[in-house]
Design a protein around this ligand. Sequence first.
Ligand code: SIN
Length: 279
Amino acid sequence: MTCKITPLSDHTGAEARGVDLSRPVDAETRQRLNRAFVESSVLVIRGQSLTASQLLGGVQLFGDVFQQHNSRFALPECPQIHYLSNQDRYQDGSRYIPGAGYHTDHSNDAAPPKATVLLAINLPDKGGDTQYVNMHRAYEDLPDETKRRIDGLEAVHVYQSKFSARKLMDLPADRKDKVPVSVLHPLVRTHPETKRKSLYLNPIRIEGVAGMPESEALGLLDELLEHATQEKYQYRHRWQPGDLVMWDNRCLLHKANGDYDHSQTRYMYRVMLKGDAPF
Ligand code: SIN
């Protein structure tokens, strides 16, 4: 079967059919998939039925595996693959919905992951979509005056911003001193492969803007986030059984929706791929 790739919206997302990542993939298909990922920012590979170790093998068509920060979600049989589940709870007993609220993954790392990959293992009957916003488009539409204002600014990223509306799960004791404490990244970054600029925001992890008073920084970040998350920049992924979805953390924000019946399990495998220091 040959691989067929089609766009999912006019700015973000492409789906590939006719690929089985549990089997060897030829060089031409690998190149087409990588190009589709870079050009579309979200690549959906339909119809995948993979064990964790097959997933680990398959994603290496796109890059090297990045070690995710919170090892409490690592699968014992394949620790580079983590899981996401709506059946986990915080210590106070409330339900934990991983990924709720727009963010980009692990931006507190000096070299954050270029991509995150989710493989649907169990889906609710309806709901639980993942929403993306295209930060290239959002940046390109900013007024010139705003572009000048933010040019050269750097944001402070931490594991969990004190301003985050969402609480992350605590790190296990043996990981606390291994996760970067704080790092500066440009508010406007350049995609290393396409050279397009994008806004690089993360309300879960950004705690301020270097050299800017806190109230001014929070106002600016809110203004940029409100602009970037408008519906016109969105691609909303409605999951189908067998979907493997990989997205480009360098130029997208994403969020999970907790808008479904929580007596049903939403369970995914998650793996990330190494990226470069943003510039
Ligand atoms: C995530 O933020 O990595 C999870 C997204 C999702 O579960 O849809």
